[in-house]
Write a protein of this length. Structure first.
Length: 311
């Protein structure tokens, strides 16, 4: 990480025992990376989907023997369109799985961190703060909100962070940046020189930034709800254009804007046209460690994984 962070700030976590569900996903991997760098003495049990089926109460409760201090509940179905078409499966994972995690936390007196999606909001009241009322537009958003409420009601000292849309993890990046870069690499090799990209507004945020800032909250024994997003806002078109500049391919490949209507017609799950968060509580408590999205995106793309796609 090239952004300003205090290595000693996460030292209180070094004596903690931490369970991470969904450990092979983008956010779960980011927590492992940041912990290894800033709190390497922490005892971490990182469980991917193949290691733990959160729908199984027996599997989840078997973790009690680990005696966790914290449970980072990152396991989820992250594809909103898939959830729209498979609501029962989505409910079993998001809601049923979360109930099992809550039961584990009650048995072990562990503190739960629950990462929340920006898709629990519509675009009617911007900027979004911790007091903004959620209004999900999709099955994905409704189930994520229901799961958050289960955690908050059963575990008043839990930590919920409502996060902006993010990128991270390179080869496991399933979001816009992770899909877009290899896509344009293939187009260029095929002789295509331009592509249309939609103009939906978001705050592209690096998973490692989110992980560090969340761990800072836990190191300072914070609980309740926080909003967390990068500085600034951008359309997908803006992000795509910035990517071509950062990868030095903008002279050979052009991005043109596509209307939101043209993009959304292919989507199963309804999404808000714009979600802009304000890190109000983080700033008020002096614990805000986010940065401009352009800076974190530049750091993320300045890696052999992406640059090798254009050589």
């Amino acid at each position: 990480m090239n952004f300003q962070c205090d290595h000693s700030a996460l030292l209180p976590l070094s004596v903690k025992r931490i369970v991470i569900t969904g450990a092979k996903g983008m956010l779960g991997q980011a927590f492992q990376d940041v912990l290894e760098r800033h709190a390497p003495m922490a005892t971490v049990l990182a469980l991917g989907k193949s290691d733990l089926d959160i729908r199984s109460s027996d599997q989840v409760l078997s973790i009690a023997d680990f005696r966790p201090d914290f449970i980072f509940h990152c396991a989820a179905i992250v594809n909103a369109d898939y959830c729209e078409e498979n609501p029962d499966e989505a409910h079993a994972v998001k809601v049923g799985g979360t109930r099992n995690i809550v039961e584990l936390a009650l048995r072990t007196e562990a503190k739960v961190f629950y990462p929340q999606s920006f898709l629990i909001y519509d675009n009617q009241d911007l900027p979004i703060t911790e007091t903004t009322s959620p209004n999900p537009l999709s099955v994905y958003g409704r189930l994520k909100l229901e799961a958050e409420q289960i955690v908050a009601e059963a575990l008043p000292q839990s930590l919920v962070v409502r996060m902006a849309g993010f990128f991270g993890g390179w080869e496991i990046d399933k979001n816009f940046v992770g899909k877009f870069v290899p896509h344009i690499a293939k187009l260029i090799k095929a002789g295509v020189q331009s592509i249309e990209v939609g103009d939906r507004i978001w705050q592209p945020t690096y998973t490692n930034d989110l992980a560090y800032n969340t761990l800072l909250l836990l190191a300072n024994d914070r609980s309740g709800v926080y909003c967390m997003a990068s500085h600034g806002q951008a359309s997908f078109f803006d992000v795509a254009s910035e990517i071509t500049k950062l990868l030095a391919i903008d002279e050979h490949f052009s991005i043109t804007p596509a209307s939101l209507t043209k993009v959304s017609i292919t989507e199963k799950a309804k999404r808000p046209e714009a979600v802009i968060m304000e890190n109000r509580r983080l700033n008020g408590e002096g614990l805000e460690r986010q940065r401009a999205w352009q800076n974190s995106l530049a750091e993320y793309l300045d890696q052999p994984y992406y640059r090798s796609m254009f050589t």
